[in-house]
Design a protein around this ligand. Structure first.
Ligand code: RIB
Length: 322
């Protein structure tokens, strides 16, 4: 086994939800009742999705989050453990229900999501402090999202900075947060709507994305911004070099875009930590995100390393390390 084949340890801090996925031809208008085609319950939550995606892409993942003391919570915990994810910091809150998301998926794969955060919002600062105090600073990085309390996001960033750990922030969902407080991220990665909420710039084309990414790195003093542009791919901005780079996406037949962004962020993180080449990591992430779009549901749609390698081979793509 070479150094690069070793599983890198990653700390993921974030949300865990039970998703109710309803497939329907189109979402209802106000006052309208429609018949859906089918529904299913699937494990989700941005943090848990990113943890599962990273584990399937050969990272050694420890997850920090909170569930309720209910059937959904214990099922979601089991799902994480089946992926080989360490759950000793997935705490249970007896007063709150486990996070839940209602997801409507239209025929073209577009989704609309409403999240009930429940126990995700009950994570306490002393609990995350205990994670960092109780562990050797052996993680390669910390991956975090915004589906948990803002005070926890800020505290995790502070603790990670103290230990010199690179922080990768998936800046979803949209939150009314003072992003200047997040200074010193390695990578900030919002999607287009999150980018607009943070910067005020709508990414209609690559030029807008370049302007928005420049603003993102200035606001958050991040080393890199990576704006997820859906099927169009992603825009990287390297603050040190003052250098933008647009990386095209790979077209696929969309079934459901849920968790495609989570697959992207986790794959980018895994590849970047392994090889240190962000543009190559984003190509790899585009492949993982494209695969996730071709399948229904959050965690069931997240590809394994082998599935990404097959996709890359079948499409004749050249991505470093794959
Ligand atoms: O990113 C997709 C996720 O957003 C879903 O799994 C849902 O739980 C919401 O958190």
């Amino acid at each position: 086994m070479t150094e690069q084949d070793k599983k890198l340890p990653l700390l993921v801090v974030g949300s865990v939800n039970m998703d109710l996925v309803m497939q329907l031809p189109k979402v209802p208008q106000g006052g309208e009742t429609l018949l859906g085609q089918r529904y299913s319950y699937v494990p989700g939550g941005k943090g848990a999705n990113q943890a599962v995606a990273a584990a399937r892409l050969d990272m050694e993942v420890t997850f920090v989050g909170k569930i309720g003391a209910d059937a959904h919570g214990s099922h979601l915990k089991e799902c994480l453990e089946q992926e080989g994810i360490a759950t000793r910091y997935l705490l249970s809150d007896t007063g709150d229900q486990t996070g839940f998301a209602a997801i409507f998926v239209e025929a073209d794969g577009q989704n609309r999501i409403v999240v009930f955060p429940g126990a995700n919002m009950a994570i306490q600062e002393q609990e995350v402090a205990a994670v960092f105090a109780g562990s050797p600073a052996g993680w390669a990085a910390v991956l975090i999202n915004l589906e948990i309390p803002q005070s926890i996001v800020l505290e995790v960033c502070r603790l990670a900075r103290e230990k010199d750990l690179p922080i990768i922030l998936d800046a979803g969902p949209i939150r009314d947060l003072d992003f200047t407080l997040l200074h010193g991220l390695e990578i900030i990665s919002p999607n287009e709507t999150e980018t607009q909420a943070i910067t005020g710039i709508e990414c209609r084309g690559v030029d807008d994305a370049v302007e928005a990414a420049g603003r993102l790195v200035r606001i958050t003093q991040s080393r890199y911004a990576v704006i997820k542009l859906g099927e169009r791919g992603a825009l990287i901005y390297d603050a040190e070099q003052d250098q933008p780079e647009y990386i095209k996406g790979y077209p696929v037949q969309a079934v459901d875009s849920t968790a495609a962004g989570d697959a992207f962020t986790a794959a980018m993180t895994a590849h970047f930590l392994r090889y240190g080449e962000l543009a190559e990591a984003v190509r790899y992430a585009n492949a993982a995100g494209a695969l996730a779009v071709t399948r229904l549901g959050a965690q069931p749609s997240l590809p394994t390393g082998e599935q990404v390698r097959t996709f890359v081979r079948e499409r004749g793509l050249e991505i470093f390390g794959v």
